[in-house]
Design a protein around this ligand. Sequence first.
Ligand code: ADP
Ligand code: MG
Length: 241
Amino acid sequence: MSPILQAMNLSKRYGGRQALASVSIAIEPGEFVVVLGASGSGKTTLFRCLTRLTEPDTGEILIGGQPLHGLKGRPLATARRQIGVVFQQFNLVRRLSAMDNVLAGRLSATPFWRVLLGQFDDADRARAADALQAVGLAGHIEQRSDTLSGGQQQRVAVARALVQDAAVILADEPVASLDPETATSILSLLHGLTRSHGIGVLCTLHQPELAHRFADRIVTMEAGYIIETAHVPNRVVEPVV
Ligand code: ADP
Ligand code: MG
């Protein structure tokens, strides 16, 4: 299988500090890859470079085999749509409903005038409702995001990546703000999507035990370098409800 997302020799320097040092990584469809590493080891810089929110100094990125570098404007937006992002702090619009936050995932696929008018078609709404159901929030579709629990808010963020048609989800410390039980359920959800939807997931975690429980592959970073890659063959994970 060819990777959905591949980076070769990514480097990024901030002043005198090498935040990323010639990092190469590839994520296959349906694969759950965990990045472990101490704070400051370069995990977030790697994620930002993978979406080109931060411009790497050197290196190449391929999304679905297509080079991401050199793209600007709409072609860059189209390529980026294949990458869903999930953050520690959920990054939802707090006063909007779960449904409206998920519909935001369709924005780059929606003509600008329809966005201005707040108009999404029925097909978009049906997809958003399906995605919310897939993440276990069928009963919370119209609820305001800031009244949802942390775990529920993170589920909305995952649903937003789903309706975006992301082929890969980059989740930077997605469970760092959650209690252990909720953290496990979110990782189980993401893991389930790798198996049910063939989505690739790249996820940073602080807890090695969670990495060992869910990952197909564990990549360890230190001082901007990948210092170890460990494969977990034939991973079978029991779903957590
Ligand atoms: P992690 O996510 O693993 O905690 P980061 O990627 O956030 O690590 O940071 C890696 C290194 O790069 C750290 O030393 C951090 O201080 C530095 N760094 C990250 N972003 C910036 C920035 N915008 N300006 C300067 N230094 C940065
Ligand atoms: Mg970080």
